[in-house]
Design a protein around this ligand. Structure first.
Ligand SMILES: Cc1cc2nc3c(=O)[nH]c(=O)nc-3n(C[C@H](O)[C@H](O)[C@H](O)COP(=O)(O)OP(=O)(O)OC[C@H]3O[C@@H](n4cnc5c(N)ncnc54)[C@H](O)[C@@H]3O)c2cc1C
Length: 487
């Protein structure tokens, strides 16, 4: 990796030298060529170089780094795997990036009390892999779970395909160790006691997008594997029929573990990607539905789902016949975002949430937005909980097309807000959607939230310019939002 000029043992920058003293000379990057990989996260539209990237190995080092930055007025931010899709880890203000990837231990597992303690850089899927031989798993399963960290999941309150029945990250967090922006270390925990007195700091920290503190240890709930599981794939000729089937399944009293949808453009993408499974290309929509729980009840639920699909004119519906088949369907779905690269040079993923019953209307609005902006939009999303992911396909090499994609994205979020929905379900606000916060919050409500940030982060050195509306440094997002709404 590194680094400091061996002869002089100094970088020529006093802050870099002091930060290197804290973590060790092999745990810091500061040369431009090394910093390039850290100029953005999964939101690749805005880019900026950090001052340095440091790799602490324990909480004490994180606290010392934070104290140093705070004492020297150096802006800083935390980074996990950098898969965030809203720009939360982009160093817009030449931040010192505190990368948690070297704090990646599974500290302990307590099967009796069904909990595990991990360091923040522990990769999501590794937790399930580490406990599956004992019949346990960790429920929140973002599609990026092969690489994203549990620290990043806490910061974004990550969701996933199987969060419909089991809840998103916040429902699985039992305790956090956090380094506050002044370098103090605090522990917040339920201590095994539900509804403990005082403010719900666990709830506040989870989903705060790295603006209130740096999470250095996490206690999570682990679950026993369900006794049985069945997966259904349903193909529809009419997207409205598929959308109505989603509401009908839930209205029938079934809570599937997962209820995912893809439209025609998304199917074209996943079939051109690395995990094709032979979905027909002429269908308008598919549903991937999974039920799990006590084996005895599963057949009954599957029968009910098949009935709903037939009532909604399904073209073909099938139940997975083996674990391999089920695995292939899920690999096809979970690699869906990346697969868009097979049909478009660039894509922008949006993350609106809507009441389930408005799905047909909002999908039709998105189709109108696609026509209006002349850009194809693929929809691949967690339909069961109304969490839409319109993927706007564009070519950044064509002048003006990036801005058009951003406008189309804003218009999709406005369509979600207009039916009583929200602008993010799981990817966070970051820098990408901070102006769109105005679609769902009044000035007073935004003030109340920024005041909370000021209590934790009074000097605003930690992850500046994220989450709440402010003028953007790199592009006039505010203007884009204004123009789009006026349009
Ligand atoms: C292909 C793909 C599919 C995805 N699918 C999903 C999905 O299904 N569901 C979903 O919810 N998301 C999904 N995401 C988004 C992303 O993976 C999640 O937001 C994830 O939680 C980010 O984790 P990370 O480790 O990459 O965090 P990063 O991107 O490194 O950071 C994200 C934010 O968290 C903050 N942060 C990171 N670590 C800490 C810490 N220890 N303490 C405090 N703040 C911290 C950062 O400052 C930043 O603001 C997907 C992304 C991709 C690229």
């Amino acid at each position: 990796m590194f680094l400091l000029n061996k002869k002089k043992k100094t970088s020529g920058d006093k802050h870099i030298d002091q930060l290197a003293n804290i973590v060790g000379p092999n745990e810091i990057l500061y040369k431009k060529e090394d910093l390039l990989s850290y100029d953005c996260d999964g939101f690749v539209i805005e880019k900026a170089l950090p001052k340095a990237v440091v790799f602490p190995k324990n909480t004490e080092e994180v606290a010392s780094l934070v104290k140093y930055c705070s004492a020297n007025q150096l802006p800083f931010l935390a980074r996990g795997a950098g898969t965030g899709l809203s720009g939360g880890a982009i160093p817009l203000n030449e931040e010192v990036i505190i990368s948690l990837v070297k704090m990646k231990k599974l500290i302990s597992v307590d099967y009796e009390n069904r909990q595990a303690v991990v360091q923040p850089g522990f990769v999501n899927l590794k937790l399930t892999n580490s406990i599956s031989d004992k019949g346990y798993y960790y429920a929140p399963d973002p599609s990026s779970q092969y690489v994203c960290t549990i620290g990043g999941n806490v910061a974004e309150n990550a969701g996933g395909a199987h969060c419909l029945k089991y809840g998103v990250t916040t429902n699985h967090i039992l305790g956090l160790e956090v380094v506050l922006p002044n370098g103090e270390i605090i522990e917040i925990s339920e201590n095994g006691v539900p509804d403990s007195p005082g403010y719900d700091l666990l709830g506040l920290l989870t989903g705060s997008e790295g603006t209130l503190g740096i999470v250095t240890k996490i206690t999570v709930r682990i679950l026993k594997n369900p006794q049985g599981k069945q997966t259904v794939l349903a193909y529809f000729d009419d997207i409205e029929d598929g959308s109505h089937a989603v509401s009908d399944i839930v209205s029938a009293g079934i809570v599937p573990a997962a209820l995912e949808m893809m439209d025609k453009v998304a199917i074209e993408g996943v079939e051109a990607g690395s995990f094709p499974v032979g979905h027909p290309k002429d269908i308008e929509a598919l549903l991937l539905i999974e039920v799990d729980g006590i084996s005895a009840g599963i057949e009954e639920q599957i029968d009910e789902i098949l009935k709903v699909c037939h009532k909604r004119n399904v073209r073909e519906v099938k139940v997975a016949q083996s674990e391999e088949e089920r695995g292939a369907w899920w690999a096809n779905r979970k690699t869906g975002f990346g697969a868009m690269g097979a049909i478009s040079p660039d894509y922008l993923v949006q993350d609106g949430v809507i009441p389930r019953s408005t799905l047909p209307k909002v999908l039709s609005n998105i189709s109108e937005i696609s026509q209006e902006y002349g850009l194809r939009i693929a929809n691949i999303f967690h339909a069961g909980d109304g969490n839409l992911h319109p993927l706007i396909l564009f070519d950044a090499r064509v002048p003006g097309e990036t801005e058009k994609a951003l406008k189309a994205g804003t218009a999709c979020l406005k369509a979600c807000a207009d039916v009583g929905g929200s602008i993010t379900g799981e990817h966070g606000v970051g820098i990408e959607k901070k102006e769109e916060m105005r679609f769902i919050f009044s000035d007073e409500e935004l003030d109340a939230q920024t005041q909370i940030r000021e209590v934790f982060n009074p000097e605003n050195l930690l992850n500046q310019g994220k989450l709440f509306p402010t003028p953007s440094r790199c592009m006039d997002v505010k203007k884009i939002v204004k123009d789009t709404v006026a349009h």
